[in-house]
Design a protein around this ligand. Structure first.
Ligand SMILES: Nc1ncnc2c1ncn2[C@@H]1O[C@H](COP(=O)(O)OP(=O)(O)OP(=O)(O)O)[C@@H](O)[C@H]1O
Ligand SMILES: [Mg+2]
Length: 453
């Protein structure tokens, strides 16, 4: 695990030294500051990964220091140390950009889990950055995959690791989640990047045609085969084959594909000469392939050959952190493409976009924004430019912009309650104490969030 450079900011000497000694014993580099001003100077003068920041200090309080650190260097992670029972403080700190918070008295095993998690996350971000730089150096421009969520960061990182090998990759994910984009990224990151990635869509082709499409045919192999045709496998020699919608493959083609994967040999239709090519397989499906195997629609031996590595793209509604960056990206792109001077959204319009569930995932978002950019009358996109159904619109506009904030606060509160309950092994009296609310309020909230068994 990567070791961090940590700044501990606390006006209490004993607590500060305790944290320092502990973190050093874990191998991290630790610097101390006993007030906010000193902390900021230290941040300016050094290179830090993480700041552990006491909330309550004389002079500048933790929140002010936090905001200033984030302004100086948004890449530094800040963890706020708060007293028990101050949900509001924690909420404020998280909203101001703290990555997490920890309560006093600091429990060292809890602290080290938190620090390790942050170290892992930073390493991931760092590795992904290097990956990108490496690509740039090799003159390859990776298709832009925009993300912010941890799930996506992990997938991209995995893509970087599997790219080097020849292992078959199966990409699963709902329609529009970016399966093809991910497949292209894996290809671009691989040593095969300078050879083609050949895309075969298993849906659009008739069975007979698909076979000739994949394996090629000799002149006269069937009626209409007026000349020899090189198949997609041959075209992809040295590169990657991307089999899209693999769940749609007919049983006959499944057998042929399996044979190819086992023997790495095939024949053109109408020929009995064995040909060999060197290709890497990436396949994608928006179906539950495992279910299809269970139902006997998809061969299990083929399934196992295709999914040496499985990558699952989460639907957009399960990674809403990606929404704001995706929205900005598409607005930028389509505004340029259409030469429109669009500055952004009205608050209501942005709220709607953030609240919507996107059954069609990123593709749906992309379409919605393209359309809005084209039809918008003003420099700001309004709710009128969005295609949402009126009931959704009505419900959302009633609650106005407040709704999104309220929702995220509720979520946070729920999280804090779950944590408190876990920490106290479901002792409501103790949990209420930690949370700084009455037991009666806690019972009400447990019920409200459906946490009561
Ligand atoms: N993370 C992302 N960043 C930027 N653009 C994205 C991202 N994910 C998807 N897109 C865009 O959304 C659209 C859909 O992506 P893609 O075609 O890769 O999805 P898919 O999972 O293959 O969809 P389908 O199942 O419908 O074939 C594309 O225009 C793609 O460029
Ligand atoms: Mg696709």
């Amino acid at each position: 695990m990567q070791k961090l450079s940590i700044l501990v900011v606390d006006d209490g000497q004993s607590q500060r030294e305790m944290l320092r000694d502990f973190l050093r014993s874990e191998g991290h580099t630790v610097t101390e500051a006993d007030n906010g001003e000193k902390a900021l100077n230290t941040v300016l003068g050094g290179q830090f990964d993480l700041v552990l920041l006491d909330y309550k200090m004389p002079g500048m309080d933790g929140l002010e220091v936090l905001k200033e650190i984030k302004r100086l260097n948004p890449e530094i992670d800040v963890v706020i140390i708060t007293a028990y029972g101050t949900i509001e403080t924690a909420v404020e700190a998280l909203k101001a950009g703290a990555i997490d918070y920890i309560t006093k008295p600091v429990e060292l095993d809890e602290l080290i889990i938190l620090v390790n998690r942050i170290a892992e996350r930073r390493q991931l971000i760092q590795e992904n950055k290097l990956l990108k730089e490496d690509l740039n150096k090799r003159g390859i421009t990776a298709d832009k995959i925009i993300y912010k969520s941890q799930q996506m960061a992990e997938l991209i990182n995995l893509a970087g690791r599997v790219a080097a090998s020849k292992a078959s990759v199966l990409i699963q994910g709902e329609s529009g989640t970016g399966k093809e984009l991910l497949a292209r990224l894996i290809h671009q990151l691989s040593p095969r990047a300078n050879k083609p990635i050949v895309i075969v869509n298993c849906v659009t082709l008739h069975e007979n045609l698909l076979e000739s499409e994949l394996f090629g045919h000799e002149k006269g192999a069937f009626t209409g085969a007026t000349s020899r045709r090189i198949g997609r496998f041959e075209e992809a020699d040295g590169g990657t084959i991307f089999l899209d919608e693999i769940g749609e493959l007919s049983p006959t083609i499944q057998v042929k594909l399996l044979r190819f994967l086992q023997e790495r040999e095939f024949q053109r239709l109408g020929s009995n000469v064995n040909l060999q090519v060197d290709v890497r397989f990436i396949s994608a499906t928006n179906r539950d392939l495992e279910m299809q195997v269970a139902e006997g629609i998809f061969r299990d031996d083929l399934f196992y050959r295709l999914k040496v590595v499985t990558m699952s793209l989460p639907p957009l509604r399960k990674r809403k952190e990606d929404l704001p960056v995706l929205i900005d990206f598409f607005v930028d792109n389509f505004a340029k493409e259409n030469r429109r001077n669009i500055k952004g959204f009205t608050t209501e319009a942005r709220d709607l976009l953030l609240k919507y569930d996107y059954p069609g995932n990123v593709r749906e978002l992309e379409n919605i924004i393209e359309r809005a950019i084209v039809i918008a009358r003003e420099q700001y996109i309004t709710t009128n430019d969005l295609p949402f159904k009126s009931d959704f619109l009505l419900e959302a506009s009633e609650k106005k912009s407040f709704s999104a904030l309220k929702e995220s606060l509720d979520e946070l509160e729920k999280k804090l309650i779950i944590e408190a309950m876990e920490k106290t092994q479901d002792n409501q009296t103790k949990a209420a104490e930690i949370l700084g609310i009455s037991e009666r309020m806690l019972r009400y909230k447990l019920k409200k969030y459906g946490l009561k068994s």
